[in-house]
Design a protein around this ligand. Structure first.
Ligand code: SAH
Length: 339
């Protein structure tokens, strides 16, 4: 199989399934993804500073600690002035991309978001939003205000599983959101969870093909991690290796996109992000949220760095990246995909 696949850059659905099921060729897969990464997006690693600005959410995703039914969550909102302080500090530290992420919190109306976006864009940074499903008009307003990118994972392309995991949500609407963002010319990030209960290997292959079909600019893949205050509390965590394999295959199938080494990977493996950077990833999203809020944005338990400061995270990841012979990028890291 190794010889057969060596020169291939596109796999069929059957081949993807075969590779995902066969753990004897993992090293080959990770090395090939690393080579494809190097040839297409180079050795530099883009840092995206992540601000988790609200953990209030109207959704009830079965896996997520921020789900509205979790009455144990200690809820917070960071308002515009404090967001801007965080962004200013991150920009001073050299961050060239800011990611604003939150639960689906209706407090942040279109107008409030537009104000925040304009204020963030006063700094010399690219801006990604990750605030869930909104209307076409909202996405247009965000784009017009200066937001460059939008991140919304499909989570799973198995529509039946999607329905089970997301009460009162609609798979077709999630797809519509992605298509609307594409239509508006935003850079589009998506991705999936690996290891959800009843998630088949076949559906992971479909996830990868979906990323290709919608021409994603960025794909984030993370293992499911069971949160004790959710209905999935007794389910086993997803597998680090399987998540890494889905990520490596995504790199091979979409050679020039941006792929983060996700924080969830590091939660399951103490060296997870570095391993991911050597298996196809070229992006890291260090947390730049102020320390006092970090522990509260508990989408899953045992998140890394919850007791660290933004400065410590920046230095720590910078050192790790350099230790494997890679460099921290100094440009904005727009998608190669968009030319
Ligand atoms: N409200 C935004 C942001 C969601 S949080 C949105 O809907 O896009 C960001 C990501 O965390 C989610 O897309 C999901 O894939 C991931 N996540 C949530 N709960 C998780 C868990 N228990 N384990 C691993 N990842 C999880």
């Amino acid at each position: 199989m190794i010889e057969f696949y060596r020169e291939k850059s596109v796999f069929t659905r059957e081949e993807i399934i075969e590779i995902l099921k066969d753990d004897t060729k993992n090293q080959w897969l990770f090395s090939l993804a690393d080579k494809v990464r190097q040839e297409n997006v180079g050795d530099s690693v883009h840092l995206r500073g992540l601000v988790e600005f609200s953990n209030i959410c109207k959704c009830d995703c079965k896996y997520c600690g921020l789900r509205k039914s979790n009455s144990n969550a200690d809820r917070y909102r960071i308002l515009k002035d404090e967001i801007i302080e965080i962004v200013k500090h991150a920009s001073d530290m050299g961050y060239k991309t800011i990611v604003l992420q939150s639960g689906e919190d209706g407090y942040y109306t279109t107008d409030k978001m537009v104000e925040i976006i304009k204020a963030v864009k006063e700094f010399d940074v690219a801006l990604t939003l990750s605030i869930g499903e909104r209307s076409y008009e909202d996405y247009k307003a965000f784009k017009d205000a200066g937001a460059d990118r939008y991140l919304i994972r499909i989570e799973t392309t198995d529509s039946e599983l999607y329905k089970q995991m997301h009460p009162n949500m609609d798979y077709d609407n999630r797809i519509r959101c992605l298509k609307n963002l594409r239509k508006l010319g935003s850079e589009v990030g998506t991705g999936c969870l690996v290891g959800l209960p009843n998630q088949g290997i076949e559906s992971l292959a479909d996830d990868i093909l979906f990323f290709k079909e919608i021409e994603a600019d960025m794909v984030g893949i993370g293992p499911f991690i069971a949160h004790p205050q959710t209905p999935l509390k007794d389910r086993p965590n997803g597998s680090f290796t399987l998540a890494l394999k889905v990520m490596a295959l995504t790199r091979i199938m979409l050679p020039d996109i941006n792929i983060p080494a996700t924080t969830a990977m590091e939660t399951l493996n103490p060296n997870g992000r570095i391993i991911a950077l050597q298996s196809g990833a070229n992006v890291v999203m260090p947390n730049i949220t102020s320390q006092k809020y970090r522990a509260k944005y508990e989408i899953y338990p045992n998140k890394i760095c919850i007791n660290d400061s933004p400065d410590k995270c920046r230095n720590c990841i910078g050192t790790k990246i350099e230790s494997i012979g890679r460099t921290v990028a100094t440009n904005y890291g727009f998608s190669h995909n968009r030319g």
